[in-house]
Design a protein. Sequence first.
Length: 465
Amino acid sequence: MYDVIVIGSGPGGYVAAIRCAQLGMKTAIIEKYSTLGGTCLNVGCIPSKALLDSSEHYHNAAHTFSTHGIELKNLKVNLGQMISRKDDVVKQNVDGIQFLMKKNKIDVHQGLGSFVDAHTIKVSKEDGTSSEIHGKNIIIATGSKPSSLPFIKLDKDRIITSTEALKLKEIPKHLVVIGGGVIGLELGSVYARLGSKVSVIEFMDSIIPTMDRTMGKELQKSLKKIGFEFYLKHKVTSVENTGKEVSVKADNGKGEVVEIKGDYVLVSIGRRPYTDGLNAEAAGVKLTDRGQIEVNDHLQTSVSHIYAIGDVVKGAMLAHKAEEEGVFVAETLAGQKPHINYNLIPGVVYTWPEVASVGYTEEQLKEKGIKYKAGKFPFMASGRARASMDTDGLVKVLADAETDEILGVHMIGPRTADMIAEAVVAMEYRASAEDIARMSHAHPTYTEAFKEACLAATDNRALHI
Ligand SMILES: Cc1cc2nc3c(=O)[nH]c(=O)nc-3n(C[C@H](O)[C@H](O)[C@H](O)COP(=O)(O)OP(=O)(O)OC[C@H]3O[C@@H](n4cnc5c(N)ncnc54)[C@H](O)[C@@H]3O)c2cc1C
């Protein structure tokens, strides 16, 4: 009898298992694939960032090195090597999780986990054998899979998801991306930097529509410079693989049908919670209408000793959100009183420029009727950004009109994925814009743009603009 059985080894599951073990619980983890780490390490965060880094190096070598005074001859892409380096990075990371399981004395059971009853899980291996394990508590962390539209047949050849886009054998001449969200724009960026024309079709009137609207507008301008084109407010109605080509048809909202032809189409319209084969009903665990596992504020399912975390429950589908929930459940099981502030989970888009955001957007503040003031600072005015030729973008700080408390920070620019951490710390400690404006930021760094935006938010006091 284990104290805890975790089903799924993504960032939610493996972090939950480590924290349970640290807190003295006898812990098992079940993973249906042969490698640990889930979507994030195998086909998500890590491989996409590996390819984003490689393609960024190529793009800079092709487009900015000569301005820096570095001349190259016969520059070319070796896509096979790029993909193989990405595979190496994935291997190092998934092996690392295996090591962490061993170090923390967590039993790893490889196979599909399905409920037999509320305390028993059957682990079925691919070779047809199976075993049963028992747990006092169970954490479901089965994650998500790419979703599609009913009329799209994902043939994984030319009509692909993010998983296939991470291992293409050739650089598309024209990649059509359905969905202007994070995954489509990141993987679109990889191939645009390598020379593909990229057409993004988005149903909403903006890309990255759930983020502050300024971010989508600015990002669209930057991506156009590297070969993206955008079809906003277009509703895809058909997708066809005609052999060597794909044809995507979309309604442009004016009663006309637009046809976009390419050689690959990436369907990136979101992800769906994954519970196939889990047999949750056998334990009495309820699902929501959207197929998520239903949980209360303590991440407890309809059965009190069974918890669920990560992409399979409500909330942002982000690795660090899943991790926080893993720690939360482990500490709850240990009798502690943990807390997660969901409003302060940052969101990042790893395009170039990067987009990073935390707290309320301007649109949300308006909707809530909260009076706010906004301070902006463009990277064009940053000495550090000029030195590195990364002048696209800006930092926008939204602060309470009366108390000056920072309510939202939205950044688009160089290294904002790392810079957003300062905003998270500030907001966790409920800092005012003035607090940040009075703190020394090393010069020259990109972080000065955050300080300047805070100065701008407090009586328009930015110094360098
Ligand atoms: C291309 C791409 C890029 C991304 N980039 C980022 C990023 O940069 N930053 C970020 O925060 N997020 C990113 N994400 C999202 C991130 O990957 C997910 O939010 C995260 O992986 C969710 O973690 P999880 O533990 O809930 O589930 P998952 O990582 O999906 O893991 C679930 C695991 O459970 C296993 N499993 C499922 N059912 C069973 C079963 N019955 N028995 C045994 N095992 C089972 C699955 O095989 C899987 O390994 C990206 C996603 C994609 C697709």
